[in-house]
Design a protein around this ligand. Structure first.
Ligand code: SAM
Length: 293
C-alpha cells in the first residue's frame, strides 16, 4: 500500500524509512520490508514564483493565510491523480487533514487499509482553499476535536494507525484484531447475552476456550483491559491474582471485567454501543453504571 503525503514541511517526516516520526518500530519495518511505502512531496516544488509561494490572503478579509489550490493540483497531477469528478471508482483516496473533517477512527483506519493508495494533504495556517475539498479530495478527516497548527502530525497518525493493520505488518495478525475498538476474545462461560450461550458459538468457541486467553483481547466495543508484565510486584503493587493463577477461565473473566471497568472509567460513551452480556451489565451495575442518580 502506498502513501503520498503533500506538505510544505517535508523535513517533518525525516528521511524515510530511517529517521523521523515514521522511522521507528512497526511503521519503519513496514516501509523497509516493502509492505507499505510513503512518499513525501514538498508543495513548494509546485510553485512558479521566485519566493515559492504556497499561501495567500483570505478572500473576505480576516487574519492568517490560506494554502493556494494550484500547487496542490499540480502535485496531484504529477502523481497521475486526476480531479475527483473524473476519477470514477478507484482503490485510491485523496484525503485532506482538517479540523473540520469527519472523525478518524479505528474503523476509518480499517477501511483505508483495504486501499492501494492513500494521498494525505497537510494543511497549514488558516487552512486550505475549499476548492481543494470540492474538486480534488474524496474526504476530509480530523484526528480529534482540537486544532493542530498543521496537518503533518495528523497525517502521521493516519499513516501509523493504517499501516499497522496491513496484512503481515504486525508479528501476529491477531494483535490488531483483539485490541481496543476491535473484536473480542471468546465468551466467558456462563456469560449469556440475550439468551445466547456464547458470542462466538459452536465447537470453535469451545476449542478456543480450552486454549490460553489471547494476549490482547478487548473488546466488542470496549477498551482493551490493563496489561502487566514482570516483576509480579512493583513498588508494593502486585499483579491481579487471576493473572498469575494459570486458570484460563479466571484470566478471561478478570480481563473482561477489567475492560468493562476501564471503559466505564475512561470512555463511558462507548458502553451504549458495546456488545454486552447480561453478566457484563450486572458487573457494570456493581460499579454504578446505569444508576440514574
Ligand atoms: N482554521 C482551521 C479551523 O478552525 O478549523 C484550523 C487550521 S489549522 C491551524 C491548520 C491545519 O492543521 C489544517 O488545515 C489541518 O490540515 C491541520 N489540522 C488542524 N487540526 C486538525 C485536526 N484536528 N485533524 C486533522 N488536521 C488538523
Amino acid at each position: 500500500m502506498r502513501f503520498d503525503i503533500l506538505t510544505i514541511f517535508p523535513e517533518f517526516f525525516g528521511a524515510l524509512p530511517d529517521q523521523g516520526i515514521l522511522g521507528h518500530g512497526v511503521v519503519s519495518r513496514a516501509l523497509r520490508t516493502g509492505l507499505s511505502s510513503a512518499h513525501i512531496h514538498d508543495l513548494r516544488g509546485f510553485t512558479h514564483d521566485r519566493h515559492r509561494t504556497v499561501d495567500d490572503r483570505p478572500f473576505g478579509g480576516g487574519e492568517g493565510m490560506v494554502l493556494k489550490p494550484q500547487p496542490i493540483l499540480e502535485c496531484l497531477e504529477s502523481l497521475a491523480i486526476v480531479p475527483r469528478t473524473t476519477r470514477g471508482v478507484s482503490r485510491e483516496a485523496v484525503i485532506l487533514l482538517s479540523a473540520q473533517g469527519k472523525r478518524f477512527t479505528q474503523s476509518t483506519a480499517r477501511r483505508l487499509a483495504t486501499l492501494d493508495r492513500v494521498v494525505l494533504i497537510c494543511g497549514r495556517y488558516e487552512g486550505v482553499d475549499e476548492r481543494v475539498v470540492q474538486l480534488l479530495c474524496d474526504e476530509e478527516l480530523s484526528i480529534g476535536d482540537y486544532v493542530l497548527s498543521g496537518g503533518e502530525l495528523a497525517a502521521a497518525v493516519v499513516l501509523d494507525a493504517t499501516v499497522r493493520l496491513l496484512p503481515g505488518v504486525l508479528g501476529h495478525a491477531d494483535s490488531s484484531r483483539y485490541e481496543s475498538f476491535g473484536e473480542g476474545d471468546v465468551q466467558v462461560p456462563g456469560q449469556e447475552k440475550n439468551g445466547r450461550s456464547s458470542r462466538s458459538g459452536g465447537a470453535a468457541a469451545t476449542n478456543e476456550l480450552q486454549g490460553p486467553p489471547r494476549s490482547t483481547n478487548a473488546s466488542h466495543g470496549l477498551l482493551d483491559y490493563p496489561h502487566y508484565t514482570r516483576p509480579a510486584e512493583f513498588l508494593g503493587v502486585s499483579i491481579p491474582e487471576a493473572l498469575g493463577s494459570g486458570d484460563h477461565q479466571a484470566i478471561r473473566l478478570w480481563r473482561r471485567q477489567a475492560a468493562l471497568a476501564k471503559t466505564l472509567a475512561n470512555r463511558p460513551d462507548l458502553l451504549p454501543a458495546a456488545d454486552l452480556s447480561d453478566d457484563d451489565r450486572k458487573f457494570l451495575a456493581t460499579l454504578g453504571y446505569g444508576r440514574s442518580d
